[in-house]
Write a protein that binds this ligand. Structure first.
Ligand SMILES: *[C@@H]1O[C@H](CO)[C@@H](O)[C@H](O)[C@H]1NC(C)=O
Ligand SMILES: *[C@@H]1O[C@H](CO)[C@@H](O)[C@H](O)[C@H]1NC(C)=O
Ligand SMILES: *[C@@H]1O[C@H](CO)[C@@H](O)[C@H](O)[C@H]1NC(C)=O
Ligand SMILES: *[C@@H]1O[C@H](CO)[C@@H](O)[C@H](O)[C@H]1NC(C)=O
Ligand SMILES: *[C@@H]1O[C@H](CO)[C@@H](O)[C@H](O)[C@H]1NC(C)=O
Ligand SMILES: CC(=O)N[C@H]1CO[C@H](CO)[C@@H](O)[C@@H]1O
Length: 805
């Protein structure tokens, strides 16, 4: 698509921006250039190109028995001459014969590697019509093909096509990738890739035979939590000669021997780790920096159905789960395969692996469940290979897995249960599953399996959630793609319109100015900015939020948080986002317009009958449940109140305004990093006041207050005239209702309902449904956050409260 078409231009830019050209026509080392029409033959063992500083050599390198690849290697260390450090390879996957193979620079400008049978194995695909040509190995290790007529011109250079190694000062760009080799002895393409992801973040990808997953930066962290930025689309990284690495996504590091004038290479090793090595005393490569100190967190290292263990002394070890055996006895990347036929009519049981966690591939998530129930679910499900049983906050959760990948020892209270035929449980020899012998520090922060959670019990909800997740992911990909293309500046003429399936687009400022009639129709105003009504060029009515000008870091990160959050989330009870706009300091977000405004307005105007109120309570709960648990990660809203619940033309509720939200990841279930109080007085959970850890339960509290407000018609801010006896403070809405119920319970009647319920609301209410609704809302608004249900439990309770009647 747009990326390849940009490439020639980019290439040109690289060439033009190259430092002043130092080119030696007749070098003092005759063997550092190859001229037009000549070749390097494998039959002449001394046919090499050597860089003027003699640091690098290019030639045929033996990769196997009678198998050679045209390569560049570091001439040093001398004592290791038979096994030099290869930094680049032309044909890593197709080695050539040890006889009659040749690299030839043809007169037409093409540099071609031919095997013994004259078949073309590799070529640069370059062309020139006139002028002389020269292939030169430079001091930096860059092999460059120049066209020389007048001003030398780079036709091709090896720096543009790195293999698995980045040399100092070698630019790493949007078109570059480093791909690990298969093993220490096998140089062919392996499974781990370093590249700039579509969101401008320098990432590591495990691209295995069966699955692919990004594992660096840590997938359970948001981009900015990992210290990265998606903002700079120049996608450029470099390790300089002193040992400082800097990437345009704000990732950077200094090697531990910074500054010392040593040879360095940065390499994606075959085990999936990135390391920077320095040549110490001209003899030995030593690691000066690495991306992972706990190598078991690298995805796919041990293949499927295996467990990775690591200790400082023994290094990384892979072993098969009991009941499985190594698929390829010399290669862990294929992992292990079962020695039994899964899902046969055989009695099955479980092997227990304490302190072991398998990351990802959850097909089901069952909260607050007993071990026995979880086992039953897994036994009944043919796809279930095992389950993770984990204590979270106050109860046990069960994660059903259909693939066993990325298994490693974890310090958390995690137990893995692997499903096996019963006959194998006792007869199989012990392998590694004597878990009690692991010494696991309990306080380590470890990644926790992220589940693509699906709830039981409500089919349509389940489908919606799945759809939501899929659309969300698609959408974020589109956002990123369009962010990239539009930021490019090269496409400015085409910038104004990107018809996409999902409808998400980047708007120009002029477009939005026109749509809003020069920002004349203000429809709302909040902490984060002002909202205007507008009509888009395709006649859709939109709500356009102009965020407060990004004068400081906060405004910018808030925008980033919002756009990336909402890009991922898609649910019928969440406000839909149509696009956004960034122009200089201006940041705007375009949402769907909600005809009936906010719940706050509707409540004030008494527009809702009981049926609608209950539907709104359920819809809002579904939206929040989705935010908290259903999709890829936890999102806290932190400012649930009637003003942020919008109503469409049918009064269906949609939760809006994630400006204050903070993405939450499951691994830090209790995050206390909120530095400032968020939310609105009256709806705020006590945790904010008492400075307790902030969890999703703060939204549950606010939700409870909102429901009570809908029932009573009283805003929590109106309660100020009733003071709590002897305490000198005002009674809260919650306390007021509790008091009413308590008094009535003593006399065992339900008179409180009449007192509490908003008498001005029209429509008949069902006493039992209403009682249940009040009970649920009060439970949500418990002072003790552990006593509050989760949002998905609320949804279940509400659905049942309705059904029972
Ligand atoms: C390297 O690994 C690949 C993929 O497994 C294999 O096809 C190839 O034969 C191996 N090469 C050598 C020299 O062992
Ligand atoms: C050949 O090179 C000369 C300059 O050396 C240039 O003027 C001319 O356009 C080139 N011819 C072609 C066909 O590119
Ligand atoms: C983007 O990254 C490039 C390369 O690291 C840097 O030169 C440039 O200043 C950055 N741009 C912004 C806006 O930060
Ligand atoms: C967990 O389930 C048990 C039994 O079903 C129930 O009594 C308990 O209240 C639940 N806990 C939470 C926090 O939902
Ligand atoms: C597991 O137990 C067996 C026998 O008790 C022992 O030989 C083995 O070393 C243990 N393995 C580990 C990883 O502790
Ligand atoms: C290691 C590191 O992050 N180095 C630098 C990268 O570049 C920025 C400025 O663009 C510096 O602030 C960092 O110190």
């Amino acid at each position: 698509m747009a990326i390849p078409s940009l490439f020639p231009l980019l290439h040109l830019l690289i060439i033009l921006s190259n430092p002043p050209f130092k080119f030696s026509y007749s070098s003092s080392f005759p063997s550092n250039t190859l001229s037009k029409g000549s070749s390097i033959s494998i039959d002449h063992k001394t046919d090499h190109l050597v860089s003027p500083n003699r640091l690098f050599t290019a030639g045929f390198y033996k990769v196997g028995i009678n198998a050679y690849s045209f390569s560049i290697w570091l001439t040093k260390p001398p004592e290791n001459h038979n096994n030099p450090t290869v930094v680049w390879m032309a044909n890593r996957d197709v080695p050539v014969n040890g006889k009659h193979s040749k690299l030839t620079l043809y007169k037409d400008g093409n540099l071609v590697l031919k095997d013994a049978d004259s078949s073309i194995v590799w070529s640069t695909n370059t062309k020139t019509t006139n002028g002389s040509l020269i292939l030169q190995l430079e001091d930096t290790g860059n092999l460059v093909l120049y066209q020389v007529n007048g001003r030398p011109y780079i036709l091709w250079q090896s720096f543009d096509y790195p293999t698995d190694t980045l040399l100092p000062d070698q630019p790493f760009t949007r078109n570059s990738q480093l791909v690990s080799s298969r093993s220490t002895n096998n140089f062919s393409t392996g499974f781990f890739k370093l590249y700039f992801e579509n969101n401008n973040v320098l990432s590591l990808l495990y691209n295995g035979p069966e699955i692919t997953s990004v594992y660096w930066p840590a997938p359970y962290l948001r981009t900015w939590e990992a210290g990265r930025s998606t903002y700079n689309n120049s996608r450029f990284a470099k390790l300089d000669s002193k040992g400082e690495f800097n990437s345009s996504d704000e990732f950077g590091f200094f090697v531990s021997d910074f500054g010392v004038g040593r040879e360095r290479i940065m390499k994606v090793d075959f085990d999936g780790n990135i390391r920077v090595y320095s040549l110490v005393d001209g003899k030995k490569w030593e690691v000066q920096w690495q991306a992972f100190s706990t190598p078991c967190k690298i995805h796919g290292v041990c293949g499927p159905n295996s467990l990775c263990t690591y200790s400082q002394e023994t290094g990384r070890k892979c072993s098969c789960v009991r009941g499985y055996k190594m698929k390829n006895p010399i290669d862990w990347s294929s992992g292990c395969e079962p020695v039994f036929k899964p899902c046969q009519e055989e009695e099955e049981g479980f092997v227990v692996l304490p302190y072991v966690e398998y990351y990802g591939y959850d097909i089901n998530y069952l909260p607050n469940i007993t071990l026995e129930q979880c086992k039953q679910v897994c036994l009944k499900d043919c796809n279930c290979k095992g389950f993770q049983f984990k204590f979270d906050n106050s109860y046990y959760n069960c994660y059903i897995k259909n693939l066993l990948y990325n298994g490693y020892q974890s310090g958390f209270e995690n137990t893995m249960y692997i499903k096996l035929p019963k006959r194998l449980l006792s007869s199989f020899p012990q392998r590694f599953d004597n878990g009690s012998s692991y010494s696991c520090p309990g306080h380590l922060i470890m990644p926790v399996s992220r589940s693509y959670d699906v709830k039981h019990g409500n089919g349509s909800l389940k489908v919606m959630l799945w759809l939501g997740c899929v659309v969300g992911v698609l959408e974020i990909m589109l956002i990123i793609f369009f962010f990239y293309t539009t930021q490019k500046g090269l496409t400015s003429s085409a910038q104004s319109y990107f018809p996409i399936a999902s409808g998400f687009k980047r708007f120009t400022y002029a477009e939005l100015k026109k749509a809003t009639d020069n920002f004349s129709k203000e429809i709302g105003r909040g902490g984060a900015g002002v909202v205007y009504k507008g009509e888009l060029s395709d006649d859709r009515i939109a709500a356009i939020k102009v965020l407060k000008e990004a004068t400081d870091q906060k405004g910018e990160s808030e925008f980033q948080a919002e756009i990336s959050t909402i890009g991922r989330l898609n649910h019928m009870n969440l406000i839909e986002t149509w696009g956004y706009c960034v122009v200089g300091k201006h940041r705007l977000v375009v949402y769907e317009y909600m005809a009936n405004g906010s719940l706050a307005t509707s409540l004030d105007m008494n527009k809702l009958n009981w049926g609608k109120k209950i539907e709104i309570a359920i819809g809002t709960a579904k939206g929040l449940a989705y935010l908290h648990e259903e999709c890829l990660e936890w999102v806290l809203h932190c400012d649930v109140k009637p003003h942020n619940i919008l109503l469409d033309s049918d009064y269906n509720p949609k939760v809006a305004d994630f400006g204050l939200s903070k993405l939450f990841d499951r691994s830090t279930g209790e995050d206390s990093s909120f530095s400032r109080i968020r939310g609105t007085r009256g709806y705020m959970a006590p945790e904010w006041v008492f400075n307790l850890p902030i969890t999703s339960k703060v939204d549950v509290y606010s939700y409870g207050v909102v429901v009570l407000q809908m029932i009573t018609g009283k805003s929590p801010l109106q309660m100020q005239h009733i003071s709590v006896e002897g305490s000198g403070r005002d009674q809260t809405l919650v306390e007021w209702i509790r008091e009413k119920i308590r008094v009535d319970n003593e006399s065992d009647n339900r008179a409180w309902i009449k007192e509490v319920v908003d008498s001005t609301t029209c429509g008949e209410y069902d006493t039992s449904t209403l009682t249940k609704l009040v009970k649920i809302a009060l439970q949500c608004a418990e002072d003790d956050r552990d006593a509050r249900p989760s949002m998905s439990q609320v949804v279940n309770m509400l659905l049942h409260a309705e059904k029972d009647d």
